[in-house]
Design a protein around this ligand. Structure first.
Ligand code: PLP
Length: 392
């Protein structure tokens, strides 16, 4: 029988490999074998429990009521929009408000936010994504019918801003339009964070390019709160004006350890009020036609969290312990995997992951599995180590 699926259906992107390897590792563990499992991208404690904000269940329970059962506003509502800006910009909000206008829309996780950005802020131009990056960027482009081009992340272990700007210039001269996607801080899968100088230089170059055409920057901050200085980008644009259009893709998944509740938001920053209105309108229209409304319980819970300074203080305290845990695990992982793989790990600064270049990575992983070591091969040329799930 001829297959019923459409010829244009989205198939076979192998995006569940990490989950499959994790299942394999867990099965061996249950059989009594000692395994090293660094496949999954969620933060676990050394006993294998998912690390979430300790007050989260209480907050959620306090918000199980009729309001949460009702449909949420498509964009999350005015309170959510105000609260997400407050949290995201922190102490820089006041300074930023004097220079920019903001727009916001709730999304199902950071993924939803990336989808809105790629769907509505990429034209015929290919969106510029990192050559070593989260695999789902390419899938989102495919789903949104957009093309992409990769930029090299590093030159001599430093962020390769020159190459990125060169590609952006090419895009502006060909299309009068460019879209750049950067995952910072704590880049997945490298664990790199841009330095102050690198961000300043990038802004300066993008400002220059903005004189020649449209420049859109999509900043994926999914791992922001794990960074030593989570709001470095906002600090810099509060003193050096960004002339381009910026969309911040926020994710509550890692911040609160609520991966399953799907909390996210797209937040736009621009000096142009009209551009902000267009942004909000396009987000609502696309959202309505895809997932429609988001999870009202997590929206209400986030608003509740933002109304209680003591809860915010507590979360920040817990985040500090996660950072120490990740630092400790990184040192252990580096020692172990330098021996197993080589000493050429990409420059890790902070975050959930580290990565090694490795030819025939898939084959190499199969060899490691024979020693009960489970890592994730990426594009057959890198090995990703999830420090976040690299428990004792
Ligand atoms: N961006 C990056 C780099 C990620 O690794 C992830 C999740 O793993 C996301 C965005 C989106 O996360 P979520 O949709 O769970 O909020």
């Amino acid at each position: 029988m001829k297959s019923p699926i459409s010829r244009t259906a989205f198939q076979k992107n192998n995006s569940d490999l990490a989950f499959r390897l994790n299942d394999l590792a867990n099965k061996r563990k249950d059989e009594g074998y000692q395994v090293i499992n660094a496949t999954v991208g969620s933060l676990f404690d050394d006993e294998g429990n998912l690390l979430s904000f300790s007050k989260m269940d209480k907050i959620l329970k306090a918000n199980v009521n009729e309001s949460s059962r009702l449909y949420a506003s498509i964009d999350g509502g005015p309170l959510f929009k105000e609260n997400i800006k407050k949290w995201l910009f922190g102490n820089y909000k006041k300074g930023l408000s004097t220079k920019y206008k903001f727009g916001a829309c709730v999304t199902p996780g950071g993924t939803g936010s990336l989808f809105l950005s790629i769907r509505n802020y990429v034209d015929e131009n290919p969106v510029l994504i990192p050559d070593i990056g989260w695999g789902n960027y390419k899938s989102i482009c495919k789903q949104a019918n957009k093309t992409f081009k990769t930029y090299p992340m590093f030159k001599n272990d430093k962020f390769d801003t020159e190459s990125l700007i060169e590609l952006a210039k090419e895009s502006v001269s060909e299309y009068g339009y460019c879209t750049i996607l950067i995952n910072d801080p704590c880049q997945n899968p490298v664990g790199y964070s841009l330095s102050e100088e690198e961000i300043e230089y990038l802004i300066k170059q993008l400002n220059l390019l903005s004189k020649k055409g449209i420049v859109n920057l999509i900043l994926d901050v999914a791992y922001m709160e794990i960074a030593e200085e989570p709001r470095r980008f906002f600090k810099i644009i509060s003193r050096n004006k960004a002339k381009f259009f910026t969309i911040i893709c926020f994710s509550g998944s890692k911040l609160f350890g609520v991966y399953g509740y799907r909390l996210g938001a797209a937040i736009a920053i621009s000096e142009n009020q009209e551009a902000i209105e267009e942004f909000e309108d396009s987000c609502k229209s696309t959202a309505r036609a895809t997932w429609s409304n988001c999870n009202h319980l997590i929206i209400n819970s986030f608003n509740y969290f933002m109304s209680k300074p003591s809860l915010q203080k507590q979360l920040l305290k817990e985040l500090e312990t996660y950072k120490s845990l990740l630092k400790e695990r990184y040192l252990k992982a580096k020692e172990l995997f330098d021996k197993e793989i080589g000493t050429n790990c990409y420059p890790y600064r902070e975050g959930f992951f580290m990565i090694y270049p490795k030819e025939n990575a898939s084959l190499f992983c199969e060899e490691l599995i024979k020693k009960d070591i489970y890592l994730l091969p990426l594009e057959d040329k890198y090995l990703r180590i999830s420090i976040c799930s690299f428990t004792k």
